[in-house]
Design a protein around this ligand. Structure first.
Ligand code: HPA
Length: 248
């Protein structure tokens, strides 16, 4: 049985060295997931991969059907879900190329399908979200990084913004005052939906740029994509070790 799912973000719409075994189309009460679920073997370990922005990277952050994605993964009995995404770095040590495993979230998104408790209101549940990420999976990611010899950042508050535009310098200042260390557009409602369905979810953030007003000049897509590509070797090394920890 597949236990580990990876939701890939920008620059991670397919997994190199994933031996694809099948593609599974899952229909959900919430509509279509971003793509068929891609089952395969990664470095000897069975996983399922889901490109968050679609196979052709055509779905922007505010249009991702987060509910369908998480529902589909629950439906096929996945236990662990790693959300991968690029982020902007706010804290001084969050520099391009850094990998962070955040431990907190502040949600600034709006108008997204953010809960499963909408169809059957007899079952409304107020999930505990004090610690928004699954500690077992966070620990596994941190141990995997140690085994892979990667010097990652083991905490941080993820500020989830609406996008698709990047932030203003003053918005980033506000996020920093609020306590955010990194900023991204897709971390919510994904994490909360996973908790609602009882999935063990954690985030692996790859810093692609200094957040608005924190670097020199404007942020370019070229910069984001180049830093993401440069970080991929580390991401693969980490995932390889993670698979060993979770599956064996
Ligand atoms: N802001 C929001 N999302 C992002 C950024 C950013 O600076 N970089 C990569 N994803």
């Amino acid at each position: 049985m597949t236990k580990l799912a990876i939701i890939g973000g920008s620059g991670f719409t397919r997994m190199e060295s994933l031996e694809i075994t099948r593609r599974e189309v899952v229909s959900t009460p919430y509509g279509e997931p971003s793509s068929p679920l891609i089952h395969g073997i990664f470095e000897g370990i069975e996983i399922v991969f889901l490109p968050r922005h679609g196979a052709g990277h055509t779905i922007p952050p505010h249009k991702v059907n987060y509910r369908a994605n998480i529902w589909a993964l629950k439906h096929i009995n996945v236990d662990y879900v790693v959300g991968m995404a690029t982020v902007g770095g706010i804290r001084d040590d969050m520099t391009p190329g850094a990998i962070a495993i955040p431990d907190q979230i502040i949600d600034y998104t709006w108008g997204r399908g953010h809960t499963f408790f909408e169809l059957d209101l007899a079952q409304v549940t107020h999930i505990d979200f004090t610690e928004p990420y699954c500690s077992e999976l966070r620990d596994a990611l941190i141990n995997a990084a140690d085994s892979a010899g990667l010097d990652i950042i083991k905490n941080g508050t993820y500020g989830a913004t609406q996008g698709p535009r990047l932030e203003t310098a003053m918005e980033i200042k506000r996020l920093q005052n609020d306590g955010c260390d990194i900023v991204g557009m897709t971390g919510m409602p994904e994490a909360a939906l996973a908790r609602e369905l009882g999935l063990c979810y954690a985030h692996c953030s790859v810093v692609a740029n200094r957040a608005a007003g924190k670097g020199d000049g404007p942020i370019t897509m070229d910069e984001i994509e180049t830093n993401m590509r440069n970080g991929m070797a580390s991401v693969y090394a980490l995932l390889q070790e993670l698979g060993k920890i979770l599956c064996c």
